[in-house]
Design a protein around this ligand. Structure first.
Ligand code: NAP
Length: 306
């Protein structure tokens, strides 16, 4: 099969297209023929180890010292089950699925084997594979952090970084939960964030939300602490009594299969929709990583696998 291998930690050019043996599913695994994946900001962190020294050390211990032990990166997929292990009962050959696997990687390839009880669910029938690959990463992270912060109907919620993968999902999910949503993004993304259901959009290149009179029950930093730290330093002064400020970098999220199923249902009902910035071919993975490394993608960068 065709797969992209990460030969060492470094810039996008460390990624190389190679021929690898097609994996065979073990007892409780299913093999998926991948039709689309995504280049996420997490993929870029893993490839480049662009982390603080303490986190870099921990990442090397967890992932491999000089290069990832699992050389095929990629956490997201949409595709079709094409083989099942002898004991796997949850899926059948031909099932259309989408999913996310934070720890096993392997989706920058034509095939991957995942445990049947992993974060894998029926792909929403109204989506293409490219669209389905744009749902799990931002959707699962946004759901985790919105829940952690106790978002519910009537809450005034500000999403900082409303145009990224996590941000576009957070805006839509918070609106779905009945919150009154304010999105913060740059000028080029104001219309997009409004179209996702933000009642108010603040362009951070023109206005500072911490200077304004509006108070929020929750501020969700969907950018990440290293980039958002300066902007959020004063956020406590616009929190309502009992309000909270939560960052996507606060702890390791708990991602659940039932939430993937929920995201599929919400997508089918039109409550949330995938946001795709650009789609690349697997052969152009280096270019896709360069693009995501810039840190200003709109929603998701998808990779079509043919
Ligand atoms: N806790 C965990 O385990 C975990 C897991 C995954 C990700 N994360 C965190 O989640 C973050 C977001 O992921 P993502 O995939 O949604 O990222 P993304 O798609 O790259 O989006 C980031 C957004 O942030 C905005 N932005 C970039 N620099 C900014 C700045 N200096 N000030 C204000 N806004 C800025 C950009 O919008 P504009 O173009 O409009 O500026 C961009 O759309 C990651 O960077 C990482 O820190 C944490």
């Amino acid at each position: 099969m065709k797969a992209v291998v990460c030969t060492r930690y470094g810039p996008p050019e460390v990624l190389r297209l190679e021929e690898l043996a097609t994996p065979v599913p073990r007892k409780n695994e299913v093999r998926i023929r991948i039709l689309a994946t995504a280049v996420t900001s997490s993929d870029c962190y893993v490839r480049g180890l662009n982390l603080s020294p303490a986190y870099r050390m921990m990442a090397r211990l967890a992932l491999g010292w000089n290069a990832p032990r699992q050389p095929v990166l990629g956490m997201v997929l949409s595709g079709v089950v094409d083989s099942v292990g002898p004991d796997a009962k949850s899926f059948e050959v031909g099932d259309r699925v989408f999913g996310f696997n934070q720890h096993r990687f392997g989706t920058y390839a034509q095939y991957v084997c995942w445990p049947e009880d992993g974060l894998l669910a029926a792909r929403p029938a109204n989506l293409t594979d490219d669209e389905a690959a744009a749902i799990p990463y931002g959707g699962l992270l946004a759901l985790h952090f919105l829940r952690k912060a106790g978002v519910r109907a009537g809450r005034r919620v500000l999403i900082y970084g409303a145009s990224g993968a996590v941000g576009t999902s957070a805006v839509q999910l918070a609106r779905h939960l009945g919150a009154q949503v304010t999105g913060v993004c740059s000028t080029a993304n104001v219309d997009l964030v409004a179209s996702l259901g933000a009642a108010t959009v603040i362009d951070y290149t023109r206005e500072d939300f911490t200077d304004q009179a509006t108070r929020y029950d929750l501020i969700l930093d969907a950018v990440g602490k290293r980039k958002s730290a300066a902007a959020l330093r004063r956020c406590r002064q616009v929190l309502a009594a009992g309000g909270a400020c939560v960052s996507v970098d606060d702890g390791t999220p708990t991602l659940r299969r039932e939430d993937l199923v929920l995201l599929g249902e919400l997508t089918t009902k039109g409550e949330i929709r995938p946001v795709i910035d650009r789609t690349f071919a697997l052969d152009d993975i280096v270019e896709a990583h360069r693009y995501v490394d810039n840190g200003h993608k709109r929603g998701n960068v998808v990779v079509a696998v043919t």
